[in-house]
Write a protein that binds this ligand. Structure first.
Ligand code: SAH
Length: 251
């Protein structure tokens, strides 16, 4: 879905906005940018503003008509900061992304000129319109910001559909295995007995309570190694102290 959705900018005038659009797209995993008669492109300013997203600009398609920009798309969506008199089913960014995901068609999301938006003729070519819900008295976002909102929702929908991986979650490989955790509990119990904190003849519910505490933490492998290191050092210290005691008594 991120690969089959193109972002179409109709006659953008500020090269800085073009760069910001490329950056907004790349951060969300989109790469297909199409521009209809940009006023000033290619330009140093667009490349500078794109930061690390120069590849999106280098691979951008430049067209002279909207028809050309929409070629091959089965779903065309137009964005607008205002209510228009040519009603089409109105989506918000979230339902827009869900619709693209459900239809599974090559899609285009069209954005208008900074000053005047999309013309009525351009909006009539669309299956749906999208309005980003905004303050009614100040409803127009910067072009780059509007593209960011739409692309963010596309990414959220593609995460929900399992098409891309969430790189912010802890990898399951880092979570300590059940055997490793059980090994830790045996080590802990043994150490608690050695320091006389736990009476093996009358253990009560201590281990059960400690288990509950540690299980709540969702221990990772490296955390378990630290805890086991503390237990080993505790045991070593007790043995050293016991050995010193024996030497003293023998003197
Ligand atoms: N004065 C223009 C605003 C253009 S802003 C107008 O009234 O239409 C440039 C582009 O950013 C718009 O054409 C649209 O594609 C997008 N945009 C800005 N604010 C938006 C909003 N609230 N909802 C949807 N798209 C928006």
């Amino acid at each position: 879905m991120l690969d089959s959705t193109r972002i179409v900018l109709v006659k953008p005038s500020h090269p800085g906005n073009i760069g910001a659009v490329a950056r907004a797209m790349k951060t969300m995993g989109l790469s297909h940018l199409v521009m209809v008669e940009p006023d000033n492109f290619p330009s140093d300013e667009a490349f500078a503003r794109s930061s690390g997203a120069k590849d999106v600009l280098e691979n951008a398609t430049i067209c002279s008509t909207v028809e050309e920009a929409l070629e091959g798309c089965g779903l065309v969506i137009g964005t607008s900061a205002r209510n228009r008199k040519i009603p089409r089913p109105l989506l918000n960014p979230r339902t827009c992304a869900e619709t693209i995901s459900e239809k599974g068609l090559p899609a285009a999301i069209m954005f208008g000129r900074e000053r005047t938006g999309l013309t009525n003729d351009e909006l009539e070519r669309c299956h749906y319109h999208v309005h980003i819900p905004t303050n009614a008295e100040y409803s127009s976002l910067n072009l780059g910001a509007a593209v960011q909102v739409l692309c963010y929702e596309l990414r959220m929908a593609s995460l929900a559909a399992g098409e891309v991986e969430n790189n912010a979650v802890v990898k399951t490989a880092d979570i300590a295995s059940a055997e490793a955790v059980e090994g830790y509990f045996s080590h802990l119990e043994q150490t608690l007995v050695e320091i006389d904190f736990l009476n093996p003849d009358n253990p009560g519910k201590l281990m059960n309570k400690l288990r509950r505490l540690y299980m709540r933490a969702g221990l990772e492998t490296n955390e378990l190694s630290i805890l086991r290191g503390i237990l080993s050092d505790t045991q070593r210290t007790i043995r050293l102290a016991a050995a010193k005691e024996v030497v003293k008594n023998e003197k």
